[in-house]
Ligand binder design. Structure first.
Ligand SMILES: [Zn+2]
Length: 155
């Protein structure tokens, strides 16, 4: 499933400046969502109520969640809200795919230098271990998992 997502160059999410249908549940579990300008994928729609900038790598991250949700986005969201370990696993795949995209996509005919990729890994590990996701993993573990993910995909 993962490789399909990565190879899918035609990923195009439907982006709307609306709240997701389960916003009431989400905001109880993730009170920092508004402050952090979070976006929310529900099925095939990327909800962007706080009008964040949707970069291509973020769109790919959200497309992974769309695939993870399959036919039952509500069920996925219920687990995502209730089970921190499930949340970490799903986010590791989404952020890992995002990083993989950044690492393997040319910007002005060049790949991003490894120090820039390192900067992204650091930033993402901070976010994933931070308040937005309910501090569900430590910074160091998040970093290790992200690196592991990128290595595994490259095999
Ligand atoms: Zn995510």
């Amino acid at each position: 499933m993962l490789k399909k997502v990565i190879q899918q160059k035609k990923i195009k999410m439907q982006i709307k400046n609306t709240f997701p249908p389960n916003w009431n549940e989400i905001k109880k579990v993730f009170p920092k969502a508004e402050e952090q300008q979070a976006v929310f994928t529900f099925g095939e729609t990327l909800h962007n109520p706080f009008k964040a900038e949707i970069t291509r790598d973020l769109e790919i991250h959200e497309a992974v969640h769309s695939k993870q949700q399959g036919k039952d986005p509500q069920e996925w969201w219920d687990r995502y809200c209730k089970e921190p370990e499930f949340r970490v696993e799903e986010e590791t795949i989404a952020y890992g795919t995002q990083l993989y995209y950044l690492k393997n996509t040319k910007v002005k005919d060049r790949y991003l230098p490894s120090r820039v990729i390192e900067w992204y890994i650091d930033k993402i590990a901070q976010t994933l271990s931070g308040k937005l996701y309910g501090e569900c993993i430590t910074y160091n573990k998040a970093k290790t998992r992200l690196r592991h993910f990128i290595r595994e995909v490259d095999k």
